[in-house]
Design a protein around this ligand. Structure first.
Ligand code: NAD
Ligand code: MG
Length: 299
């Protein structure tokens, strides 16, 4: 029998249906059924980010948590940002980072506040003793069926969190970033093929693609690379706290849009790409978008 680590990608995280569930946004991952897999028991590091200092937004849960755990296991000290009500999830991530013998810095606060974004970059730099990796993963998604019901306040908030905070954080962090630093944003398959109920969210994800490609060109002469990750449907608190209409949860990842791998992804399946884009392995990669989408096309 082979000891190769091989799995059928369609059945790797197989389940019939997700239980119907709802939490007020932003939601707590530890209360989800099933709890998402962020690589807590599976991610193995290989020293790819030894000595690095990373800030991960949305690092308490979902995709950001998977990146934070992987960064620590690859040898980085990690600061995470999240909303104050997510403290219980953040404490778990802190313990996981410290278990690797790495420094964990918890920096809660609201990214829709420009002044806070400035403080966040500065605190991450001060408390980590340097800053060379920005994994900008935080995001807001609230499904609304009809544009007539899409409140102006929600449009502002979605753009502030998903797009404006990227400008504010990069502006504030830039003075600290050395040559070789990496900035990673998080777009979505929604940035290419918007769902009708995600008009504000999908527009922000399209904007992130433009921001990333242009910023990569602008910062190349400073020796800083900028890339983005485009996830498909991933099992995270974002989805069960209004990101999807409740009736879509049981078959999330199995219905529209058609997913060739016929299931939702788990955050752990995104860890590798965030490590690659932060590490020296991607030293010739900038202004690019990498999809981890279960096969949903992004071109
Ligand atoms: P998640 O709920 O685990 O993470 C989103 C995080 O955003 C939250 O943990 C929260 O800390 C942060 N956040 C939200 N509003 C904030 C605010 N005002 N200030 C500070 N932080 C705030 O869900 P996730 O799915 O892992 O989301 C991570 C990223 O992945 C998001 O950018 C999302 O758009 C993107 N994405 C997710 C999916 C998916 O199917 N889950 C698909 C494509 C893209
Ligand atoms: Mg969270």
């Amino acid at each position: 029998m082979s000891d190769a680590n091989l799995h059928n990608p369609q059945t790797k995280y197989d389940h019939d249906e997700f239980p119907k569930q709802y939490q007020e946004p932003p939601g707590l991952q530890k209360e989800m059924k099933p709890v998402p897999d962020c690589g807590e028991t599976s991610y193995k590091g290989a020293g790819k980010l030894k000595g690095r200092k990373a800030l991960v937004t949305g690092g308490d849960s979902g995709i950001g948590r998977a990146a934070a755990i992987a960064y620590a296991r690859e040898g980085a000290d990690v600061a995470i940002n999240y909303l104050p009500e997510e403290q219980p999830d953040a404490e778990e991530v802190k313990a996981l980072i410290e278990k690797e013998g790495r420094k964990a810095v918890l920096l809660p606060g609201d990214l829709s506040d420009e002044a806070f974004c400035g403080e966040l970059a500065e605190k991450a730099y001060q408390e980590l003793g340097g800053l060379d990796t920005l994994a900008l993963v935080a995001g807001k998604q609230q499904a609304v069926d009809d544009i007539s019901d899409l409140a102006t306040e929600q449009i502002y908030q979605t753009f502030e969190v998903n797009v404006f905070s990227l400008y504010w954080l990069v502006k504030a962090a830039l003075p600290y970033l050395p040559k070789g630093a990496s900035i990673i944003t998080t777009t979505s398959v929604e940035g290419y093929n918007p769902s009708p109920m995600l008009l504000d969210y999908a527009a922000t994800k399209h904007a992130i693609i433009g921001f990333t490609v242009g910023l990569g060109k602008q910062l190349a002469n400073k020796g800083i690379r900028v890339n983005s990750v485009a996830p498909g449907p991933i099992w995270t608190p974002l989805q069960i706290s209004g990101g999807q209409p409740g009736e879509n949860i049981p078959k999330f990842g199995k219905e529209t849009p058609a997913v060739p791998l016929n299931r939702a992804g788990q955050p752990a399946e995104l860890a590798g790409i965030y490590v690659f884009l932060a590490s020296e392995e991607s030293s010739y990669v900038t202004s690019q978008i990498y999809s981890v989408s279960g096969g949903i096309p992004t071109a």
